[in-house]
Ligand binder design. Structure first.
Ligand code: 3PY
Ligand code: MG
Length: 289
């Protein structure tokens, strides 16, 4: 580290003014989530949206609408590695927090997302305490973990020198694990207790599907709704944050009232399918009238 510290310190000083907002943004995201927890006076939701289409231009437009975080979905989205790299600063530049959902809990994916300057990562299908511990190790620099420290991109985006970034990243990086299977549900209290895990995030579609309700509307499945509350309460009892994927304003507001803080409202493809589909239908109906 000492070998490149002086050069990276210069880089940090040069970009500090322009990019320091990214560091403040990452800290602000965590603070906003804490302030959204049940029992906090005047609690407010931390709204986000999902992106499954690539492109920094689109990311900038979506992020500029006022969401506090934008999820770059590298699990199910049509988003490759270099697109993710360009979308992260485009989102962060608007003041929203870029979070990357990695395809799987593998070291290479965490390196790519965090080195590109993501404020946090979301990890699908975490099912055991051991998996959660491995996630934390892969996301944190030593001594807490094993993250490699070679990339200049993240410090540059955060307006920091490499030593400054190394000193702050373990604290500011948001580590979010998804609980979305019966095994994850069974082990949820152990997973929530793992140090370094910031949030349990529910993928209701996978949770419903893996519980045998894939073909049904999960909002109408009592067992899925009970499981969702069990996961939320596990997070709350462990002093962790809780989040969930929703597709409309009503669902999102109801989940906030239930006690969740970090709530997704739809996404790019949800918006396109819904608006374009209904508008075409309406145009057809009007033309035929
Ligand atoms: C799920 O619903 O399974 C998710 O992961 C969020 O879309
Ligand atoms: Mg899922």
């Amino acid at each position: 580290m000492a070998g490149y510290a002086p050069a990276s310190a210069v880089t940090g000083a040069a970009v500090r003014g322009a990019a320091a907002g990214h560091l403040r943004g990452a800290q602000a995201l965590k603070a906003a989530c804490q302030a959204g927890r049940p029992g906090v006076q005047g609690r407010k939701p931390v709204w986000g949206s999902w992106m499954q289409f690539p492109g920094p231009g689109l990311a900038k437009i979506v992020a500029s609408m006022g969401y506090q975080w934008i999820l770059i979905d590298a699990e199910h989205g049509a988003i490759g590695d270099s697109e993710m790299h360009n979308m992260i600063p485009a989102i962060a530049g608007t003041g929203a927090a870029p979070i990357v959902r990695v395809p799987a809990p593998e070291l290479a994916y965490f390196k790519r997302a965090l080195d590109a300057g993501a404020f946090g990562v979301m990890v699908p299908m975490v099912e055991t305490k051991e998996q959660a511990e491995a996630v934390v190790r892969m996301c944190k620099f030593p001594p807490q973990g094993m993250r490699g420290c070679g990339s200049p991109f993240a410090p540059a985006h955060f307006g920091q020198s490499m030593p400054e970034y190394l000193a702050s990243a373990n604290e500011t990086t948001m580590v979010i694990v998804q609980i979305e299977t019966p095994l994850g549900l069974k082990n949820v209290n152990e997973i929530a207790a793992v140090e370094g895990i910031d949030m349990l995030f529910i993928g209701p579609n996978d949770l419903a599907c893996s519980m045998g309700n894939g073909a049904k509307n999960h909002m109408e499945c009592a067992d899925v709704q009970e499981a969702i509350e069990v996961i939320r309460v596990a997070a709350e009892k462990a002093g962790k944050l809780s989040g969930i994927f929703c597709i409309d304003a009503e669902q999102s507001a109801a989940r906030f009232a239930q006690g969740f803080q970090f709530i997704n409202i739809g996404g790019d493809i949800v918006a396109i399918l819904s608006w374009m589909g209904s508008t075409l239908q309406k145009a057809n109906a009007l033309a035929a009238a």
